[in-house]
Ligand binder design. Structure first.
Ligand code: XMP
Length: 513
């Protein structure tokens, strides 16, 4: 059984970040609800527990509290922020409302240099805090390990039980050496090895897929995006020709997208690929439709219809494979002020119908996106696919404002390809979250050569983001923008004006529709 750290989620917006940091230490981690019964936690055989932060106060009427039994499992516990306050609350300390909220950078002074959490770290560390309540009396048998300007109990330890509490957040980037603190906890306190790697995971997943599927056949909807592509390569490695991938061309793809998928999966990996060209049907249904939500609905419905018909043609299969990721399946804690719940519902847009009579194969269910990319590279997928930027299900339809026509899509595709190509040349493409072109239904007067033109307008959108929920527009270098603009107006017929989108999210959204 894989060694693991179990993280109890008390509603912190950073719970998933904690889980990722632990995995970056090559130790598997799982997130469970704060009120998971101790017996269930014990059955997971954890090497250690982490209690996340959270927006509540331990004294609030409806404060999320864990099963007391988790403190009797005999495994090390690390409480972060609210997690530290829980340790105090349950083990005889005192927590009170702080005089002032401690928010932002602080300097940690380590008093006890022997403490395993701060092994090989300097005596002073920059840390990041975000808490109102504070500890005012140590829980029984705990000692102070470190202090900050505002707190005499910034890090505490119960040496015998191996319980630790941190008032600051070691998981966030603003605590530059926080990763080492977490690494010390999982390796030097909990004694975990470094077995969680994507190379090892391939073996484990291949075995699991074979055991689940047996001799049956599996169908997978391949979109060309990172998740479905990695799932396809992994499942193919496990069961070869028992897998059939269905790729639907909805006519709303970017330049060369359909070709790349056929090249990589069909010719290179030799995966059975059923290519469904439904572009004419999609365009027919979108004719005359200008309202964004209607466009999305038509595309969603048509996709399901086309995909269902395609699965019938693919022959009898018992399983449907999906590239579901860990953040989609973590049971989120519905605590007020926890944005994690919002992130989840937003990203569940689109997807495949639930009423299809298949059993599911979801080999990426326990992985985070960065792990999926790593896995893709291990499986030999090209960077072009593994490092792909997010692309919405409704495709170019949400970037071709107003009515979508074949002609407009052609113009948009050419312009978008130039944006992508120049961004790659400038070595900026894979460093931004998304960079793309948007075709605006605005005609303006121009002059090209000696001729007066009356053509469409193209907007360039480049944004930086961590999760798509918020985003900042990217200040691309002027000479790059100049090159892109010049190439577009010279090379793409039908466009005579290029503009730059200077809107962050909020108030804008990333896509224009
Ligand atoms: P917005 O435009 O809402 O987009 O700021 C946030 C992120 O989600 C992507 N997006 C979608 N992804 N199906 C998807 O799979 C969709 O319908 C969809 N709409 C937007 C968008 O590209 C951005 O990364």
């Amino acid at each position: 059984m894989t060694e693991q750290i179990v993280i109890l989620d008390f509603g912190s917006q950073y719970t998933q970040v904690i889980a990722r940091r632990v995995r970056e230490c090559n130790v598997y981690s799982t997130i469970v609800r704060y009120d998971t019964p101790a017996a269930k936690v014990a059955a997971m055989n954890p090497s250690g527990l982490i209690l996340s932060g959270g927006p509540s106060s331990v004294y609030a009427k409806d404060a999320p509290l864990p099963d007391k039994g988790i403190f009797k499992l005999g495994v090390p516990v690390l409480g972060i922020c609210y997690g530290l306050q829980l340790l105090a609350h349950f083990l005889g300390g005192r927590v009170e409302k702080g005089q002032k909220r401690e928010y932002g950078k602080g300097t940690l002074t380590i008093a006890d240099r022997q403490c395993a959490l701060f092994r090989n770290l300097p005596a002073k560390l920059q840390v990041w805090n975000s808490h109102g309540d504070k500890l005012t009396r140590l829980p029984r048998d705990f000692v102070v390990v470190a202090t900050t300007e505002n707190s005499d109990y910034a890090a505490i330890e119960h040496p015998k039980k191996r319980f630790f509490g941190l008032q600051f957040h070691p998981e966030v980037a603003h605590t530059p050496r926080g990763r080492e603190v977490l690494s010390n906890f999982v390796h030097h306190v909990c004694g975990c090895g470094r077995d969680w790697t994507m190379r090892n995971y391939i073996e484990q997943a291949v075995e699991q897929i074979r055991a689940q599927v047996g001799q049956e056949r599996v169908i997978l909807g391949l979109s060309g995006g990172v998740d479905s592509s990695v799932a396809a390569a992994l499942i193919h490695k496990a069961i070869g020709d028992q897998l059939t991938c269905i790729f639907v061309n909805n006519g709303l793809l970017r330049a060369r997208e359909a070709e790349v998928v056929q090249e990589v999966f069909g010719r290179h990996f030799k995966i059975k690929l059923q290519y469904e060209d439904a572009s004419r049907l999609f365009l027919k249904r979108l004719k005359g439709v200008t309202e964004p939500e209607r466009k999305r609905k038509i595309i969603g419905r048509t996709f399901i219809e086309v995909f269902q018909a395609a699965t019938k043609r693919a022959g009898k299969a018992k399983f449907l494979a999906q590239g579901t990721l860990y953040p989609d399946v973590i049971e989120s804690v519905p605590i007020a002020g926890n944005p994690a719940a919002l992130i989840k519902s937003h990203h569940n847009v689109g997807g495949l119908p639930r009423n299809m009579k298949f059993k599911l194969v979801e080999p990426l269910r326990c992985l985070f996106k960065d792990e999926v990319r790593q896995l893709g590279l291990e499986l030999g997928l090209p960077r072009e696919i593994v490092l792909r930027q997010p692309f919405p299900g409704p495709g170019l339809a949400v970037r071709c404002l107003g009515e979508v026509t074949g002609e407009k899509l052609q113009v948009l595709r050419r312009a978008d390809a130039i944006v992508v190509e120049e961004m790659k040349k400038a070595d900026l493409y894979y460093k931004t979250w998304q960079t793309f072109a948007v075709l605006l239904p605005v005609r303006s007067v121009g002059v090209q050569g000696d001729e007066r033109t009356y053509d469409w307008t193209l907007a360039i959108r480049a944004v930086e983001s961590q999760d798509g929920m918020t985003a900042d527009w990217v200040k691309l270098p002027y000479d790059l923008l100049e090159k892109i603009s010049l190439r577009i107006t010279n090379e793409v017929r039908g466009l005579n004006r290029v503009v730059l989108d200077l809107t962050s999210k909020p108030p804008g959204t990333i896509e224009w529709e």
